[in-house]
Design a protein around this ligand. Structure first.
Ligand code: SF4
Ligand code: SF4
Length: 84
């Protein structure tokens, strides 16, 4: 069933170590783990939070107001300083 709420899972830029724990627990197969990037497939995610609880590095955050409501300086990766 399609989700009627906004996407509530935010990926904190630059923190993921690509361990794959979140991918393993997602019941909707909504997390795409690439070589140097992680993505949530918006249409599939149900905001169940299992990935948030599974991540050992607190990369994934739950925001009940929806990630579209986050301040732009937080939600835009390019606003962060380069990691290296
Ligand atoms: S909130 Fe649930 S459905 Fe969405 S990506 Fe995380 S584990 Fe998958
Ligand atoms: S569990 Fe956390 S650190 Fe591991 S791949 Fe997922 S988001 Fe990245």
């Amino acid at each position: 069933m399609p989700r009627t709420t906004p996407l509530m899972i935010y990926i904190v830029p630059g923190k993921c170590d690509f361990c794959g724990c979140c991918v393993g627990v997602c019941p909707e197969d909504a997390i795409e783990l690439l070589e140097s990037e992680i993505k949530i497939i918006d249409e599939r995610c149900t905001n169940c939070r299992k990935c948030v609880w599974a991540c050992p590095w607190e990369v994934l955050e739950f925001h009940k107001e929806g990630i579209g409501q986050l301040p732009k300086e937080v939600s835009l990766p390019q606003a962060l300083p380069p990691s290296f």
